[in-house]
Design a protein around this ligand. Sequence first.
Ligand SMILES: Nc1ncnc2c1ncn2[C@@H]1O[C@H](COP(=O)(O)OP(=O)(O)OP(=O)(O)O)[C@@H](O)[C@H]1O
Ligand SMILES: O=C(O)[C@H](O)CO
Length: 495
Amino acid sequence: MVFIGEFIVSTERSDKRLIGMKKYVINIFRECVKSVLPRNIIKNTLKFDSKTLYVKDTKFFVPKNIYVVGFGKAVLEMALEVEKVLNGTLKKAVVSVPFGTRRHINHSQVCIMEAAHNNIPDQHSVENTNCIINTIKSMEDDDILIVLISGGGSALLCSPTVPLSDKIITTKLLSSHSATIEQLNTVRKALSHVKGGKLINLVKKSTVISLILSDIVGDPLSAIASGPTIPNNDSHDLPIEIIKHFNLLDKIPSTVLNALEQNKPFNCLNVERVHNYVIGNNSVALQTGIEYTQKDYTSVLLTKSLQGKVALVSKFYSNLIIFVCHVYLDPKNINEALKNELILNISKVDKEIDIDMLTRKVIEASSNKSGLCILSGGEPTVKVQGIGLGGRNQELALRISVNIERHSAFLKQFDILFFSGGTDGIDGPTDACGAFAYPGLVDTARFQGLNPSQFIENNDSYGFYSLYNEGEDLFKIGHTGTNVMDLHVLIIKPN
Ligand SMILES: Nc1ncnc2c1ncn2[C@@H]1O[C@H](COP(=O)(O)OP(=O)(O)OP(=O)(O)O)[C@@H](O)[C@H]1O
Ligand SMILES: O=C(O)[C@H](O)CO
């Protein structure tokens, strides 16, 4: 970058501070992800002692063999750790994982099957599912089945009751109409031989232990990977109601409509044999972040349930930044107009955010002259309308940068950095995990001939960040092997 006169010095200094903050933020993110790495979680959850398997505080007697099946972005690492814990007593393990996650592993009998590019089920998903079904059917009474489940599982465990291509059309239509993951998975369950608890009935008499890594806000068991081991309580007409709600009756393939119209409740047998455990989620990751940052900052765990459109979430964050800076500078005179605007924006993205708690924390930081580190989690959505490449994390960061630009003179009194990243390491169909936002980004972008608003309009946040400062603000980490939604880190400190 070339700047002139005075500006060179101050920019270089603030660049250095910014670089330091970016490194710190990435360390926070890495620590959070580490705490939900499948290996660490399994290690803390599962113990084995000759004929006894301990899951958290529950004991299971193991009279015969233990089998493992798994599906999801994180289950390979889960399976490998289970194999280690079982210390040579694992009979068989088969897992269905996304393309690109297989690697060579010495001395392991875990059978790794790949499928589903970009989270879309394919013929490989169906074949992998058949292999999982056959493994379960080959089990004898008194064997134990451990089912490993994580986000992305819906596309990796797929046994459709309609032609696969019709099911894909249906899920794509629902996604592009901003259906929630619960709505989407309610429809998927009604079109499947294995989702919505149906996997349970394939198991003859064995005990089933499901270890679940949650990637949905609030950990709704029957929605995570479409709940193959959880009895489905959706009413039989809910799936077709969802299709009607999105006005999709005339776009959905007739095979799917017929199946949904004839949908009947499914009766899971012997549910008392099935034990479902959520062993990791977004909260665990956020709590680790709080522990990591509290020696350096006044840390705030704002929420673990941020949802809604990225455009609204970015407005919320922009208001939040302005509000926090005002309270910090003048804690005795809370600006009610700003507070009310923030409350309005909170109501659109996450009703659980406690603005009074936040205000108290900002006042505390202001009186201690410390910086604030605000951590949140959740999973906002983007309705993709442009033809660009991006992901919800990158688009969120870019939108925040644009929104705060008009306040840049006021915000100069602070060093501010926001980061949004997917804990699975992959944001949308890109190779990036997330991106940074900060005041001044838009100005610098214009100087480099880039117009951020145009990139946003085209849903091309990846295109933007790849060009901006030669990709410096894109964070790439690759598949992390875990998946507990997104993490947001916001640092605000007086300079
Ligand atoms: N060009 C784009 N710009 C912004 N967001 C995009 C773009 N293309 C896709 N997305 C978003 O990426 C998300 C899909 O990514 P992905 O398939 O990795 O889903 P996920 O929710 O991360 O996975 P999982 O359901 O397994 O947790 C959707 O929210 C979609 O709106
Ligand atoms: O696989 C799925 O259905 C999603 O990742 C939600 O768990």
